[in-house]
Structure formats: structure tokens, C-alpha cells
Design a protein around this ligand. Structure first.
Ligand code: SAM
Length: 444
């Protein structure tokens, strides 16, 4: 196949590096890119050959490429495949102690969920992470990834960010991983070289300002704003931060770069350049709100009570439960912070998920919800289990026959080694596969 050259204009007109550095950057963009995974903090992974990523405790470089779609552990949310530079987020969260106390956090441009799955793994368990995605189709991918990651303290919405204007001072942390011209993808996705134009830089910069101005009212006094892109140019990076600093009462927060070898400080924010940093092109800046007077918090309504048989079911099947809510015929594992956000804002947003749906009321029975399999709080040993080998597991994920199941009637948890894949309901000699249709593995 003919190699796709870097777009003309990218280095000459849009890259602010010195000439020698431009050459090194261009050379690095024609090399192989490193493959990163980030492990789930609570789900176990069988041994795979990896090298640690210094800035992310659960991050690892894979020594060879894999077809992740054929790995049941990937489907069960035991790890997330993520470009290593994006994992620098962990340094910001930990260094600013945003993981130490309960906070209300927003990932405003969240799909497909790389940073959301990372953030929720780092935050305090009494925090809530609100993940928003404007595109309907992408919000469904976000939902799949977040549900499979299995944390109860999540909210997923599918709204334009302008909707957040009204949520004055609601968030202690806002992450804007902005849509951008994507120059940082030129190595990993060579086709992206064909989609770039100088005009897209100007267009993206305006869109970034629009997104940020919609979100700024929702940032709490002292709140942290993390702005990031996967592009190199100054217009969308330093230019956007300069615009923020001159239009809002924000101060720049500096990061300790000790665990970030090769990270380059720009005039504002930080760059991961692939010729210096072991990852793809990425930029981030950390800003703190210095304006506004904290508003008094609204009085809370008491939590609605749950029927005792539901409480018993939840307690016996899940660990460390702090909240459950009923949602149509389902029961969802949540925490108090999720409930509070829903109480305050449920009429103003299109909520596509809150917490993890764990059970449904069917007549007078409580049965497991397909999503329950992915909750890291699930007590696997209370269910009857069906263990599948690798080929059977793929058949289950494709919703194809898995062979004869010799078991008593009822709901069974389906596993491949330690990976929870879903539930089947055995009825005599047949069974129903409850793996969600929309997540079905299509690759043969
Ligand atoms: N944070 C994600 C992750 O780590 O997996 C990647 C986010 S991607 C860089 C930017 C996202 O912004 C895309 O999902 C895109 O659909 C969304 N987006 C595009 N235009 C937008 C707009 N005008 N307002 C808000 N989000 C937008």
C-alpha cells in the first residue's frame, strides 16, 4: 500500500516547533506506535507480557499487538485499550488530590470512554462522574464501555454541552477532552492525514471556545478544569488556554513532571510529542477557578425507601452497597452522589444511564439484569456458574449456541476463567442468552 504523506501545511504553517524538532516529529509519525492497555483496578487479568507505563499505575505497554475483539476479558471490562499519552490524566488527578475526597466530576466530551473509565477508577467511591456525549451513536458506545467497567457512581447523558450552562457551580472537576483537528492521530490512524486541513484548525478552535464557554458557569469556585486535545498546533492548544485565561478568572496549575519522562511544557500546558514521549500526540492544561462565591447547597430530600425483599437481594448479591434506586422495572446500584445529581437535574437532561442496572422485577420474582455481570461489586459465588472455554465464550458473545448446558433450571452466571460475561436462563433442555443484543460480537 502507498504510504500516506503528512498533509502539506501541517509542519510548515501549523507546527510551532523549531526546524530540527519538526524533522524528528515527522520521522516519529512514520514509525510504529506503542499499544497501551489500562487494567481495571478490581477485576483480575491473567498474565500477559507487558511493560509498565510510568505515569499510570494500571497502565501497561503490550509487547505485541492483539485482536482485542477476540478476548473475552476485554468484553468483560477487565482492561481498556488506551493510547498511553492519554493516561497522563492520572498524574493530574493524584497530584491535585482529586482522588482523596468525594467530588462531583464531569467528563463533557466523553465517548468512547477512555478517560471516563480512567477517571472513575481514580476518584473516591463517594464521588460521582457524569459522562456526557453529544453524539447519540457515540453515547451508546460510551454506555457500553462504562457499564462493562462496572462502577455504580456513574451518570451518562447525551446532550449538547450548552445544557450544562444552567448547572451553576455544580462541578468540582470538569474535563474537556475536546474535538480537535487530530494531528496527534497521524501515526496511529494514517487515514486521518487525509482528513486534516488548515481550515479545520480554525474551525476546531472556535468550537473549543464555544464548548468551554458553555461549561464555565458549571465550574465550582476553586473547581479544576482540565482541557486536552490530541493535536499539536498552538491555535487549538496554547491559543485556547490563552483565550480562557483572558476571559475567565482562572489560574494555571503546574504539574510535577517527575513521572512523565519526555513531557514538554509549552507556554501554557503540556505536550506529549511522539518523538520525545512514549505515546501519541497529546496536549493538556490544568486550570483552577479563582472566581465566584460558593452558593449554599440545596436541602436534600430523604432517600426513597426500597421494599425489604429488594434490599435483601441486593445485600446478598453485591458488596459494599451504598445506594439502590428503582428505574422502571429495574433496580440500579448507585451511590448517594448519583441520587443527588438525579434529584437536582433529572428533568433537564437526557439520562441514558445511572449507576449499574443489577436486577429486574419479573412478576413477584427478582431476576439478574444482564448488566449486573459487569459490576465489580457482584458476589460471583452466590450464583450458579457456567464456565466456558475460549471458543464457547466467543460463541456466547456472538449469541450463537454454546453447546449443551447441563444444569438445573434458573439464572446462571456465565464465566470465562474469572471474566463475568453475562447470564443465561436455563429452561429444561434449552436456555436463553441474556447478553445484550446491541453488544453482540459481530467479528467471526
Ligand atoms: N474523551 C474521549 C475518550 O477519552 O475516550 C474522547 C473524546 S473525543 C476527543 C471528543 C468528543 O467530543 C467526541 O466524542 C465528539 O463526538 C464530541 N464532540 C464533537 N463535537 C462536539 C461539540 N460541539 N460539543 C461537545 N462535544 C462534541
Amino acid at each position: 500500500m502507498e504510504p500516506i504523506p503528512l498533509p502539506s501545511g501541517f509542519l510548515q504553517e501549523h507546527c510551532s516547533l523549531p526546524q530540527q524538532e519538526k524533522i524528528k516529529l515527522a520521522e516519529s509519525l512514520d514509525k510504529e506506535y506503542p499499544i497501551g492497555i489500562r487494567k481495571h483496578p478490581f477485576k483480575k487479568l491473567p498474565f500477559v507480557h507487558t511493560t509498565p507505563i510510568p505515569w499510570c499505575a494500571q497502565g501497561a505497554y503490550l509487547l505485541q499487538k492483539q485482536n482485542f475483539a477476540l478476548d473475552p476479558f476485554w468484553h468483560a471490562g477487565h482492561y481498556y485499550v488506551q493510547e498511553p499519552s492519554s493516561m497522563v490524566l492520572e498524574q493530574v488527578i493524584n497530584q491535585l488530590s482529586l482522588n482523596k475526597n468525594p467530588i462531583v466530576a464531569l467528563d463533557a466530551c466523553a465517548a468512547p470512554g477512555g478517560k471516563s473509565t480512567h477517571l472513575i477508577s481514580l476518584l473516591h467511591h463517594e464521588s460521582v462522574l457524569w459522562c456526557n456525549e453529544v453524539s447519540k451513536s457515540r453515547s451508546l458506545i460510551l454506555q457500553e464501555n462504562m457499564v462493562k467497567w462496572g462502577f455504580a457512581n456513574q451518570i451518562i447523558t447525551n446532550n449538547p454541552v450548552s445544557r450544562f450552562k444552567k448547572l451553576e457551580q455544580n462541578f468540582n472537576l470538569i474535563l474537556v477532552d475536546a474535538p480537535c483537528s487530530g494531528e496527534g492521530m497521524f501515526r496511529k490512524d494514517r487515514q486521518s492525514r487525509l482528513e486534516w486541513s488548515g481550515a479545520s484548525v480554525a474551525h476546531c478552535s472556535q468550537r473549543q471556545q464555544d464548548i468551554l464557554s458553555d461549561l464555565m458557569p458549571a465550574l465550582a469556585p476553586d473547581g479544576i478544569l482540565i482541557y486536552s486535545t490530541c493535536t499539536f498546533n498552538e491555535v487549538e492548544n496554547e491559543g485556547t488556554v490563552k483565550w480562557l485565561l483572558s476571559n475567565y478568572n482562572l489560574g494555571e496549575v503546574k504539574i510535577n513532571t517527575q513521572h512523565l519522562p519526555g513531557l514538554e511544557a509549552g507556554s501554557y500546558g503540556y505536550h506529549c510529542y511522539p518523538h520525545k514521549f512514549a505515546g501519541e500526540g497529546f496536549y493538556f492544561a490544568v486550570l483552577q477557578n479563582q472566581g465566584g462565591v460558593p452558593r449554599t447547597k440545596r436541602k436534600e430530600k430523604p432517600q426513597s425507601s426500597m421494599a425489604s425483599h429488594v434490599r435483601e437481594y441486593v445485600k446478598s448479591h453485591f458488596n459494599d452497597v451504598t445506594g439502590v434506586m428503582s428505574h422502571f422495572e429495574n433496580f440500579n446500584l448507585v451511590n448517594e452522589a448519583v441520587l443527588q445529581q438525579l434529584r437536582l437535574f433529572k428533568d433537564q437532561f437526557y439520562f441514558i444511564n445511572a449507576g449499574i442496572a443489577i436486577a429486574s422485577q419479573k412478576g413477584n420474582r427478582i431476576v439478574p439484569h444482564p448488566h449486573a455481570a459487569f459490576s465489580h461489586q457482584l458476589k460471583g459465588d452466590v450464583f450458579d456458574c457456567i464456565f466456558l472455554d475460549h471458543l464457547q465464550a466467543l460463541a456466547f458473545l456472538r449469541k450463537q449456541p454454546i453447546g449443551s448446558v447441563e444444569s438445573e433450571n434458573g439464572y446462571k452466571l456465565v464465566l470465562h476463567e474469572q471474566a463475568h460475561l453475562g447470564f443465561i436462563n436455563v429452561i429444561g433442555t434449552r436456555y436463553n442468552n441474556y447478553f445484550p443484543d446491541e453488544w453482540r460480537l459481530r467479528l467471526q
